[in-house]
Design a protein around this ligand. Sequence first.
Ligand SMILES: Nc1ncnc2c1ncn2[C@@H]1O[C@H](COP(=O)(O)OP(=O)(O)OP(=O)(O)O)[C@@H](O)[C@H]1O
Length: 308
Amino acid sequence: MQVDQALVLDQVTKKYGDFTAVDALSFAVRTGEVFGFLGGNGAGKTTSLRMVLDIIRPTAGSISVLGRAPGRENAPFLGFLPEERGLYRTMSAIDTIVYFGRLKGMTAGDARTEGLALLDRFGLSANVKSTVDKLSKGMAQKVQLATAVVNSPRLLILDEPFSGLDPVNQGLLEDEIRRASAKGATVVFSTHVMQHAERLCDRLLLLARGAKKFEGNLDEARALLPARLTVTSRQSLAGVAGVADCTPQGEGDAGWQDWAITLRPGASSGDLLEHCSATGIALRRFEERRASLHDVFLHMVGTEEPVK
Ligand SMILES: Nc1ncnc2c1ncn2[C@@H]1O[C@H](COP(=O)(O)OP(=O)(O)OP(=O)(O)O)[C@@H](O)[C@H]1O
């Protein structure tokens, strides 16, 4: 059965004693999208994903995974890369992948064929028979990624998948996420590195101290921040409607001055440009500085999560 929403959390809370790790969290991941699950250390990302996978149970609220409650029946359709990586050290790379493929209901033959193709794609064709303890950390992580995608899951969940990978392998992982998505999978990945999310996500959720701060797409996230502009004009634009701040930059040149402008929330740079042309304010430069997801994150979440 195809469901419109691959994953739904409804008012999910997880408490450890008196401590609330996840606080009445609600969100939905649409079928086929790449969804970023973002938050700083201790925000509650791993706790949430573990509840989705039925490793731990919520204190309150409900979860729907591919239209069903979390549980073993979902295994054939799911792929999971846990934050704490762990494989049997004395098992070979290919046997490890076949083992996980079998757990998800694949035949040994199919798991082996797909496993060999994955090892080849991940640059590990010379390590097919190497035992995990003979692999570097990054290589072992790629084997673990292969165990997560071997069954071509409908829902692929990756907990901090980029940590521990060098830039080349981070790129390879981004490609793998795009590949899974192109094949129709829904992908949810957690990260505190905003650049990956910026490049990959259709939509994202910002989590802080267990609670949702934002859910939406990148443009919606950027719109949360007041627009910033760099303008070169002969006069200050302070006092013009929509301008919150107008600060001179540098020395100026023959009457022309650079200004760093911050608009009021909701004010648009287009309106400001129109005002300048309508009132005859001469401009040599008018550039909007696009907010990064990192800026949004700092604005919404602040820099610090409580360290426990
Ligand atoms: N078994 C547990 N018992 C008590 N507290 C826990 C337990 N597991 C997690 N926590 C607490 O719940 C909070 C959320 O932890 P979680 O691992 O979900 O965060 P995270 O967003 O994945 O962080 P990180 O990016 O650092 O991995 C933290 O404050 C953590 O200390």
